[in-house]
Structure formats: C-alpha cells, structure tokens
Design a protein around this ligand. Structure first.
Ligand SMILES: Cc1cc2nc3c(=O)[nH]c(=O)nc-3n(C[C@H](O)[C@H](O)[C@H](O)COP(=O)(O)OP(=O)(O)OC[C@H]3O[C@@H](n4cnc5c(N)ncnc54)[C@H](O)[C@@H]3O)c2cc1C
Length: 426
C-alpha cells in the first residue's frame, strides 16, 4: 500500500469538487482530488445540453464546456482518477486527534492511504430508483433512471427505447424528454405525483412545452407491465393525500419508463466520519464556511443539498475549498454559532449554522414547502427582530431562493439567538 500526505483532500470532481480543489490549492494548501470515474467532471460530462454558466459567466455553456473551464484551473493539484475513497476515519497514526486518513482504491492507483489535514466532501447525489419508490408489477427490461438514459444516449451513443413514459417532473427527466424527442423517440407524457412541477419552470417551457410533451400533474404510475421488455404502465390520478384513485387508471403503452423522482445525497463517507446529517436535506449540517459538525471536514454541492444550478454548486465548492485551506494554514478558530431554523412555509435552509462573529455576508439557500404563485416575502429574524425582508414574485419548491444577510444584520447576532427563516404570501 502506497502512503501519501497533503493538506486538503477533495473527494469527487463534479463542479463542487473542481472548484473546491482549485480554490484550496490557489489559497496555498497542497491539494489532492480523488475521483472514482475515469474522467473528472462528475455529472457535467453527460449534460451535453446548454444552460450552464449563465450566472457565473453570463454565457450558455454545455456541461462538458463548463467542466473544462474548471479542469483548466487545477494547476498544482494532484489528481487521482479511477480512484474511489472506500474508507475514511478521523485522526492519523501520528496524531489520533488531528486530521483524517482516507483509503483510496482503484485499478490505476492500487490501494493508497492518504493523510490529510482537512477534507472537502463533494460526492454529489445518486438518483432514486424503482426500488426506492416501490412501483408494483413485473420486472421487465426498460425501467431505468433518467440519468442512466442520459448517460446511455449522450456518452455511450445508445437509444434505450422508442416510446417513453417519464415518471416525475424533475429536471433530468424533463431534459431527457427533449433529448429523446431530438433523437426521434416518442415521449408519451411526464407524470408527476404532486400538484406542482418539481423541477425548474425554465425546463418545463424549454423541454416539454416547446416539444408538445404533455405534463400530467397529480398522476402516478401504479403498475409496470411486460414480460421480458416493458409493454406499458398503468397511470392513475391521485387524491389530495397523494393516494392513487384506481378508478382513473389508464394503460399507457410504452417500451421504456424513465424515473426522475429525486436525488439522494451520497453521504456514506460523511456518516463514516461522524458528521451530523440534516434529515430534511439528506446532507451534512454545515455552517456558512461549509464546515460540517466535524472540525476540518467541509462539504459542498449536491452532497449537502440538491441544487438547481451547477453555478451555485461551484460557488459553494470555492467557498469550501478556501475555508479548508484557511483551516489548514491558520488553524481552527474558536467559534460559537447561531442556529438557522426553517420556519413557516420553509422546507429547508442551508447553512444550518452561522459562525459568530459573522464576518462575511452569508447566503441562505431556502426551499419552500409549497408553491406560492403570488407576491410573497422571505423574512429572516432573530429575537423577534427582523434582520432581512425580501420580496419575491413567486416561490416554488423546485427553485432555490437565495438571501444574503447584510453585515450589519449579521453582526447583531449573539450565540443564543436562533435565526428564523419564513416565507409567506403578501
Ligand atoms: C444523473 C444526473 C443528471 C443531472 N443532469 C443535470 C443537468 O442536465 N443539468 C443540471 O444543471 N444539473 C444536472 N444534474 C444536477 C447536477 O448533479 C448538479 O448540478 C452538479 O453536477 C452537482 O455537482 P457535484 O459536484 O455536487 O456532484 P457531481 O457532479 O455528482 O460529482 C460528484 C463526483 O463525486 C464522485 N464520487 C462520489 N463518491 C466518490 C468516492 N467515494 N470516491 C471518489 N469519487 C467519488 C462521483 O464519481 C462524481 O464524479 C444532474 C444530476 C444527476 C445525478
């Protein structure tokens, strides 16, 4: 087994990991990035459609073009590919109370043990599968996640079916509806359990409306049919409690069912390292410097929470990389924290803690519980005092809301204060 050491190890090379590694190295910390795939770039590589980089560069880049901008900035970073972090623990042999030990395995690298003073977790998400949502019926070929289909079409060059039904209105499913239409396949419909869209409205317009793909809200697939290959699915409307109404069942002929029913942050390593997880986001609790509850352990991107835009993932990655380097070079600072609490109308807020005293202008990423299709406002308060109020034209669960605290508002916070975030109509 080979042994290595560096200041910061970044696990994963999607937009979060690339930005974190580049920022940590540029801040003066020796950095290693570890990626289990053959190529670096994470999910960006299979997203060959435009729509990346609008926020950061004001340009419409494809996923690979976007990845290339960051791959180009890894000067000095040690890059291990086809290398999976299979185990991790806190402490090293010399210093049981400091740093981290990671075991990395892969065909090119063999088994490597890396000692690091700080770690940035950027492992992204995996998609929910048929097993995760337990759809009854037979087990034929032709049932797969939308991401698998995206990989097959965009990277491997296979069209996995001719007539597709898509379950769930997540962004990957909607983007695939358009992609498959371009490839000459028929998409018979996108069926969404909730009474509202779960992905971005821009994807609904550009991927479904523009190509006459029907969207059925309040519908779900209740049975899968077919022996060797899928022949169709039964689709039902659901009631207010989201239970299928069997009397509304319709058999929809299709040879492929794509699932676009949500992403699950990949947090096995996070758990192994003892960081506390947020049961709502599925990711670790982080502070406004992206540090988890374990000192020296940082996290960014979809591993923390599912993001809408790769640009936001990148910014979170840069912050995590910079803060990890600062931790290594300047040492941990004594800190206290204010808790950030999801109040009325809010499903989740990240970061879940603010470091005190607050020095920068922390941004809160908020997801609402239900859509509000009218003017509404976000209120951030502490101790009954309003710190920030922001008006919005609408608020939708599929679209993350960003609110930055002003330095003056943030400076007023004391450790015993909870920061309450609410979204309400009016
Ligand atoms: C299938 C799929 C398709 C998507 N399509 C789009 C899209 O079209 N447009 C869009 O804006 N967003 C899309 N997204 C959302 C997209 O994931 C995020 O915007 C962004 O890629 C998240 O970046 P990330 O760096 O957090 O994670 P990822 O891009 O997922 O990168 C994580 C990386 O970590 C690596 N990794 C994980 N565990 C380990 C380990 N133990 N050791 C080493 N390496 C590891 C993975 O191989 C991967 O390369 C998609 C997501 C998925 C899952």
């Amino acid at each position: 087994m080979r042994k290595e050491a560096c200041d910061v190890v970044v696990v994963g090379s999607g937009p979060a990991g690339l930005a974190a590694a580049s920022a940590a190295q540029a801040s003066g910390a020796s950095t290693t990035i570890v990626e289990r795939s053959r190529e670096m770039g994470g999910v960006l590589l299979q997203c060959i459609h435009p729509g990346f980089g609008l926020k950061l560069y004001g340009e419409e880049l494809t996923g690979p073009e976007y990845a290339y901008r960051w791959l180009d900035q890894l000067d000095g970073v040690r890059c291990l590919t086809e290398a999976m972090v299979v185990q991790a623990r806190r402490g090293t042999d010399d210093h049981p109370d400091e740093g981290f030990t990671l075991w990395v395995s892969g065909p090119a690298v063999g088994l490597v043990r890396i000692r690091a003073r700080a770690v940035v977790l950027a492992m992204g998400c995996r998609e929910r599968t048929r097993g995760a949502i337990a759809i009854p019926g037979t087990r034929p070929a032709g049932v797969m996640t939308a991401g698998t289909a995206q990989r097959l079409v965009n990277i491997d060059g296979y069209l996995p079916g001719k007539r597709f039904a898509i379950l769930g209105s997540g962004d990957i499913g909607m983007i695939m509806a358009r992609r498959l239409t371009w490839e000459g396949a028929e998409v018979v419909g996108v069926y969404e359990l909730m009474p509202y869209l779960s992905g971005l409205r821009r994807n609904y317009v550009q991927c479904l409306q523009d190509y006459d793909v029907p969207l059925y809200l309040g519908h779900t697939v209740t049975e899968i049919h077919g022996d060797r290959r899928l022949t169709g699915v039964t689709v039902c409307q659901v009631d207010e409690a989201l239970c299928p109404r069997p009397e509304t069942g319709v058999l929809v002929p299709a040879d492929t069912l794509l699932l676009s029913v949500g992403l699950i942050p990949e947090n096995e390593l996070t758990r192994m390292l003892g960081a506390e997880l947020d049961p709502v986001t599925g990711g670790p609790l982080v502070d406004d410097g992206m540090q988890t509850t374990v000192p020296g352990l940082f996290a960014a991107g979809n591993v923390v929470q599912v993001h809408d835009l790769a640009d936001d993932v990148t910014m979170a990655g840069e912050l995590a990389g910079r803060e990890a380097a600062r931790y290594v070079l300047e040492g941990p600072e004594p800190r206290s924290w204010s808790r950030v609490v999801a109040g009325r109308g809010v499903r989740s807020v990240v970061p879940q803690r603010l470091r005190l005293p607050v020095r920068s202008r922390p941004e809160l990423a908020i997801r609402v519980r239900r859509p509000i299709e009218a003017t509404c406002r976000v209120t951030v308060s502490a101790n009954g005092e309003t710190l920030i109020r922001k008006r919005l034209d609408y608020a939708r669960p599929g679209e993350m809301i960003g609110v930055r605290l002003s330095p003056r508002a943030a400076r007023a916070l004391r450790p015993e204060d909870d920061v309450l975030v609410e979204v309400s109509e009016g």
